[in-house]
Structure formats: structure tokens, C-alpha cells
Design a binder for this molecule. Structure first.
Ligand SMILES: [Zn+2]
Length: 246
């Protein structure tokens, strides 16, 4: 061993220890990436892509309201197209389906994950055997809370259904599994006679699409600002088929 090496050995060892302890800000190891993937971080700001997901499709009709003839998959696609045209110009809009085709939920998640600087907005219509009515917005991740809250607030402001269940934290495949902020909007109950009549009206659906689009623009401009404290993170496994109503 050369003499100079032995002389500087303690210094070399200290340097090696320092290099192995990266600064907390610079640390991007598996653990912190994992928490990011779980959405344990502030909500998005300045994002450029919106993945618009029309619920159901093809062999999966979603909810059917027999009395009114309204079919969820058809209305969801109609809403997705309306939302896309509201967002065009402000964002790159990606549709997970743009025809009456079946797309598996896990495939939708994979598609959303391709757009790191994006958010996922899944559009559905609801059904219930009780007399409940009104739009509801679902989220799970911390980074999806403000967007969900803004969407629900705007939907409430532009409809008459002020006593809906509103903002709901629920672990679904489309709220838990993507690695980008993701929300699921139940635009209204097909089983409520009054609401179904509204939903059947194209101008009402346009109004809903405008409300959702303006919430997305607000989120992109202001992030979590003004939305109050964020909810606590919850570590939960991926949502799988059969976990809950999707
Ligand atoms: Zn649905």
C-alpha cells in the first residue's frame, strides 16, 4: 500500500461515509418514490395533461335506469367529450376511450400512468335504490383532495342538489392505483326521476362539463391554495377487483 494512501485513509473513510448519507432534500430513494406513488404529497399545480376517462363501455354498460332508458356508458362518453372540448386549448387531453369499447380498469390505470405531469378524471353516473340524488366526487390520495374538492364545489354551485353526499374519500381502482392525482366524478343519479330528467338534457350535461373544467383550471393555477388542510395520508394496498363498487 503506498505511503500517501495510509496517511489519508481516515480522510477517505470520512468522505465515503458522507457520500453514503445523501442530504434529505436530494434523497430520491425507493421509499420516497413509493410515498409519491401513493399520493402522499401536495396536490398538483401547473400540470399540462388531463386524462379524461369515460366510465364503462362496450360489454360493460354500467348503470341502467330502466324507467328512463338512460345508460351510464353512453352518458359517460358524452360527458367525456364535452369535458374534452371545454379543456382543449388549455391542456393536452387524453381520452382512455372515445367509442363504445370495453377498457379494463387496470388498463385505464396504466394509460394514466404514462402522463407524469397529468391528472386523471374519471366520469360516471350513479344509481341507487334509495331516493338519493346529486353529484358526488371521490378521491383517495392526498394529492387528489383539492382537485376533488374544487370539482365537487363547482358541481354543487351549478346544480340544485345541495344535499348530496358530496366529497367522498373512497379507495377504488381509479382513485388509489394510478401514480398521478386521480378523481372519480359521479355526475348524478340516473335513478332519481328529477335528476334523470336533467341528465337527459344536453345543456345540463354541458353545464356539468363546464363546472368540472373550471375546477381543473383552478387546480392547475392555484394548486392546494385556499382549500384548507390536506387530509392525512393513508397507507392502503392497491384496490383490486371486488374491493368496492367502482
Ligand atoms: Zn360507473
Amino acid at each position: 500500500m503506498p505511503h500517501y494512501f495510509i496517511r489519508f485513509l481516515p480522510l477517505i473513510m470520512v468522505a465515503m461515509i458522507l457520500v453514503s448519507c445523501e442530504s434529505p432534500q436530494g434523497y430520491m430513494g425507493p421509499a420516497s418514490r413509493g410515498l409519491d406513488a401513493l399520493g402522499h404529497r401536495p396536490g398538483p399545480i401547473g400540470f399540462s395533461t388531463v386524462v379524461v376517462d369515460a366510465g364503462h363501455g362496450g360489454k360493460d354498460s354500467g348503470e341502467n335506469a330502466r324507467r328512463t332508458g338512460l345508460v351510464e356508458k353512453t352518458l359517460a362518453l358524452d360527458m367525456a367529450r364535452r369535458l374534452k372540448s371545454e379543456l382543449n386549448g388549455s391542456f393536452r387531453v387524453v381520452m382512455t376511450r372515445d367509442s363504445d369499447t370495453f377498457v379494463d380498469l387496470d388498463q385505464r390505470v396504466r394509460e394514466a400512468n404514462r402522463y407524469g405531469n397529468g391528472v386523471l378524471v374519471s366520469l360516471h353516473f350513479n344509481a341507487s335504490s334509495s331516493r338519493i340524488a346529486g353529484p358526488e366526487t371521490y378521491y383517495w390520495r392526498v394529492d387528489s383532495y383539492s382537485l376533488a374538492k374544487r370539482v365537487q364545489r363547482n358541481l354543487m354551485a351549478s346544480t340544485d342538489y345541495h344535499n348530496s353526499r358530496g366529497l367522498v374519500r373512497r379507495r377504488l381502482r381509479l382513485t388509489r392505483n394510478p401514480s398521478i392525482p386521480s378523481i372519480l366524478v359521479e355526475c348524478g343519479y340516473l335513478t332519481s326521476p328529477k335528476e334523470a330528467k336533467n341528465i337527459a338534457d344536453a345543456s345540463y350535461r354541458s353545464k356539468l362539463a363546464r363546472a368540472i373544467a373550471s375546477a381543473i383550471r383552478e387546480q392547475a393555477a392555484y394548486g392546494d391554495s385556499g382549500m384548507g388542510p390536506l387530509p392525512a395520508p393513508i397507507n392502503a394496498p392497491l384496490s383490486k377487483h371486488g374491493d368496492a363498487r367502482q
